[in-house]
Design a protein around this ligand. Structure first.
Ligand code: CAA
Length: 380
């Protein structure tokens, strides 16, 4: 058993931390305030190879692994949860299913620009009437010669509108329930494919979240991802890894808030001494540090399992569940340590608390993570 990161992983952490401090942190509050998705940040990340961390050079990636990828998401999220999820959705939700289920031609055409970061990716599963019950989707794909005609809409799409490549799911055979769902790759600009309303959100406000709409949208069968009826499996396998990306985002947000609270507790004086000298504050910081470490270990373990080619669905669900709850607890406590200043936008902890909430909700609510974990342990 080895609890030390390799030199390669430490270098990834340092590289992303330097980048995050210099290029992401300074504008985080303003992008949050004005709900700005800044593509130039993603472009700069791509120049450093971040858009394609786990993919091989043959697909435009840098040939690293899933642990490097989660470290990158964690470090970006430490200063800006929005930037963390931009990368997580791009790699875990859009690139992964193309890497895993795509043909060689699809990988060269779609995965390569995603890995190089010349194109941004998104994933469309959720619909107005199907969130946790993903198999109940209503968007349809009807075969017409060598094409499919898509109709319907998807909501809460991270990177929506800004992304050029979308992995989406539609019903090709309604009589087959989840076995009648098929995955497709859709390019921005395809006639009949449009971007709907942009969500106004509590947190991760510097990441665009939109509706996407299909109105007689013709997609060639060469853009079908996997075989007909395989879509639900594609969606679920994709979420297995995606959930660990969100766990990493949660660890990063929690770490950022903890560091802010620790610094503040050392500087702020009340009753003639720094806050850190008060046991009430010490205990809060001790609990925060311990929970973050536990969440990080679960997250790295799930990433390691994926990198080793071992089953990681249960580990990933556990990591997301624990890290999401930890992020919410830690950021709430960080605001408490700051007191009135924490509630003010003058300090970053209120943004971190707002950003943390979504980690308990998206890529499967934490209630759904318990459903997933329970299914695994019932069958053990
Ligand atoms: N890998 C492969 N196959 C899987 C699987 C997995 N992880 N999980 C389930 N399956 C397969 C099952 O084996 C089963 O296959 P068979 O019929 O061949 O046996 C089939 O899928 C159906 O499985 P279930 O009966 O368990 O399916 P269900 O309808 O009860 O749903 C669920 C299970 C876990 C609740 C699922 O619907 C789910 O994960 N819901 C949450 C959806 C979600 O996470 N949405 C997030 C949207 S994306 C997002 O949030 C992005 C963002 O903003 C960043």
């Amino acid at each position: 058993m080895q609890f030390r990161l390799s030199e390669e992983h430490e270098m990834m952490r340092q590289m992303v931390r330097d980048f995050a401090e210099k290029e992401v942190k300074p504008s985080a509050a303003e992008r949050d305030e004005h709900e700005i998705f800044d593509r130039s940040i993603f472009d700069k990340m791509s120049k450093l190879g971040m858009a394609g961390i786990p993919w091989g050079e043959e697909y435009g990636g840098v040939g690293s692994d899933y642990l490097s990828y989660v470290i990158a998401v964690e470090e970006l999220s430490r200063v800006c949860g929005s930037t963390g999820v931009t990368l997580s959705a791009h790699i875990s939700l859009a690139s992964y299913p193309i890497f895993t289920f795509g043909t060689e031609e699809q990988k060269q055409k779609y995965l390569r620009p995603l890995a190089e970061g010349t194109k941004l990716g998104a994933y469309g599963l959720t619909e107005p009437g199907s969130g946790s019950d993903a198999a109940a989707m209503r968007t349809t794909a009807v075969r017409d010669g060598d094409d499919y005609i898509l109709n319907g809409s998807k909501i809460f799409i991270t990177n929506g509108g800004d992304a050029e490549i979308y992995v989406v799911f539609a019903v090709t055979d309604p009589s087959m329930k989840h076995k009648g769902i098929t995955a497709f790759i859709v390019e921005k600009g395809t006639p009949g494919f449009s971007i709907g309303k942009k969500e106004k959100k509590l947190g991760i406000r510097a990441s665009a979240t939109t509706e996407i709409i299909f109105e007689d949208c013709r997609i060639p069968s060469s853009q079908r991802l996997g075989s007909e009826g395989e879509g639900f499996k594609v969606a679920m396998k994709t979420l297995d890894g995606g959930r660990n990306g969100i766990a990493a985002q949660a660890v990063g947000i929690a770490q950022g808030a903890y560091e802010e609270a620790l610094t503040y507790a050392k500087e702020r004086k009340q009753f003639g001494k720094p806050l850190i000298a008060l046991q009430a504050i010490q205990f809060k910081l001790a609990d925060m540090a311990t929970k973050i470490e536990a969440a990080r270990l679960l997250t790295y373990q799930a990433a390691w399992l994926e990198a080793e080619g071992l089953p990681y669905g249960k580990a990933s669900a556990m990591a997301k569940l624990f890290a999401g709850d930890t992020a919410m607890e830690v950021t709430t406590e960080a605001v408490q340590v700051f007191g009135g200043y924490g509630y003010s936008r003058e300090y970053p902890v209120e943004r971190m608390m707002r950003d943390a909430k979504i980690t308990q909700i998206y890529e499967g609510t934490n209630e759904i993570q318990r459903v997933v974990i329970a299914k695994y342990i019932s069958n053990e």
